[in-house]
Design a protein around this ligand. Sequence first.
Ligand SMILES: [Zn+2]
Length: 434
Amino acid sequence: MFVHIGILFVLLQSSYCVERYDGHKVLEILHKAESDFIKILEMELKYKLDFWKLPKHVDDSMKVRVSPEHLEDFLHELEAINADVSTMIENVQDIMDEHQVQSEVPVLHRRASSYSSGWSLNVYYSYSSILNYLTAIAAATLPNNMTATLETLGTSYEGRVVRMIKLSKAGSAANKRKIFIDGGIHAREWVSPATVIYMIEMLAYNPNNNASINTLLNRYDVYLAPLINPDGYQYSGSSYRLWRKNRRNNPQGNCYGVDLNRNFPFQWDPIIGGSNSPCSDLFSGATPGSEPETANIVNYLMANGDLFDAYLTIHSYGQMWLYPWGYTSALPSDHSDLHNAALSGKNAIAAYQGMSYLVGSSTNELYAAAGGSDDFAKGGAGIKYSYTIELRDQGDYGFQLPATLIIPTAKEFFDGFVAFADTMYTHLYGSSGK
Ligand SMILES: [Zn+2]
């Protein structure tokens, strides 16, 4: 039975955007020494730099957005440290004009085909539409003995409710183990909430009656929270497309926002890949776990973490499947278990359209950053299989991934997730539970 929805859905992308990025370039910078990397990081506030990608290791490049006002001075400094510089994106505004859906046409139609609740999965929905979606799916009559339960994790800094859907198959084993998936911690990574919604649809309806999905649901209940940072997401949709943080009004510096993925209370340290400056995009917050959006996850996982085998937090971009630790280059003692399960995911992703995902630990493959949610889920809440996923792409569109690429991005990751869960379960419990 279809969910009846009689509301006009306002698309997140619209003509409301006020912040423009005319003449902003994204540069790819290869620094010569780690000390030069630190120098570039320290130029963030002076030149209003926006780090789109930080290096994975000392020999790796970084990608940085810079405005036309600061371009020349910034390039001079890069020349002084003899860095290699090339231009990835000539004009950020061109990508936005070309690929953002400008239409405010309401999404009312139901797809005639197969799955599901009648929602189009190839659009970026607003916060209120996502809430409507979660309410609708919880009210829907689902096939295959599936039930969807709406739960509330808490509220955001500006008071928006943060919701989660629990998907469970009746009639399968009692006291099943659980998997937690969240999205939208970083506001501008729009493909993350869209992918979590795709996952809800596929798990709830399993439109092709796929045996692997049935097996997964016989083994696990899955909890999915598509939008952890609704204030930032809303702001990214209405005013400032490239907003990353939440929307805390910081007392010092007249700057807004905390980087929620530097704020989690496990080995929290602004010096390691974060910042003490409220104006920085990487501001770690005044204290560990200071933000309500962080506390929503922390409180839930501290109370329930022992029921969960896996925690996956969905970000973009970069195509990576990363495991702890983020705060140190040391590896957890069970890292080979995490690595092997992630490899199953990576291989299933590649099987769809050949997309290559890198598997590794956050610090060894990315850069040290303390206060991430995956470190907390493993080290603080004791969830063994804890990961950060970076979805498509590898920088051609970056955060402005066209809406036409939502479904392929989400589908391949969902395939990877199903394969990952099978490897994880088999390793933990053997191949029973089918
Ligand atoms: Zn992110």
